[in-house]
Design a protein around this ligand. Sequence first.
Ligand code: NAP
Length: 293
Amino acid sequence: MALGSPTKIGVVGSGLMGSALARAFAAPGHDVAVWNRTFSKAQAVGGGTVAFENLIEAVSGRTLIVVSLSNYAACFELFSSPGVASALAGKTLVQLTSGSPADARAGLEWAQAHGVDYLDAAILAYPSFVATDYATVFYAGSRSVFDRHVATLQALAKNSIYVDEKIGAAATIDCAILGAYYGGSLALLHAAAMCQAEGLDPKTFFAHKNSFLGLISVTADAAQGMIERNDFAGDQCSLNTHVAAIEHIVRLSQDARLSARFPKELLDNYKRAVSAGLGSQELPAVFRTLTQE
Ligand code: NAP
């Protein structure tokens, strides 16, 4: 799609993600400068981007700077290099390096001290998803700064979502989604291992994945309502009954000589809720023991 007015963008970092971001901006016709510590990687980005060996030259005359480095420590090291802060002053910096909400707050503090407009962003995508319908980017920070740049930022993901003025909000939702993703992924890999250890083809589990995904979805909806009401009473299945089911999973894992670390950790969490007097409540009552020690 041709652009009415291309934006002058600098993309700092030409790793796997930074390269994909730079090409996604260049594809609809934005004017994209790229910089990377290892210059050869910046030169390899292609897609109509222009590689600079000098960071200050790469960002000079640019309106929007997008940063994608390994971590915040690398960003702060770079921002404190001579001349970099003043080269960024007056521009908008979109921080797409993954981090924690505390990292985002430190980033905003740095930006405010140096006259830089700052958005913290979190991308929920592999590089090959960038610029497709599978990519989502969450943004936090000033609403007016987001509104000023959203049309340009949509080159990365049509699904560009403003979360909140609180600068840590994008990192928070990213950690929340990834925490559920990594936990759920470990659970399904352990499920496949249980099948294999008992001589059942793991395909049998994967063929029934919708039973697992459906239960998670129903539980998420129930948990949302119960957390809102702070009332975990129900008539479906008590925590006591769930604990008995998890004990079977621990026993299967031990009998089949699988690592039982994951189901034991699960059991420990659910039992803690029972010990806290929540045994007759529904499963989401575990939430109470996660928010209180
Ligand atoms: P990557 O391929 O390992 O790239 C890391 C980049 O950081 C490289 O450009 C590297 O430069 C640069 N870097 C590291 N330390 C530096 C320093 N001290 N000074 C200057 N530059 C430094 O990683 P990636 O996959 O692109 O990830 C980049 C960010 O995107 C991370 O925060 C990651 O969590 C996030 N992310 C990635 C994915 C994904 O699927 N890949 C998905 C979501 C979010 P050199 O080339 O010189 O080493």
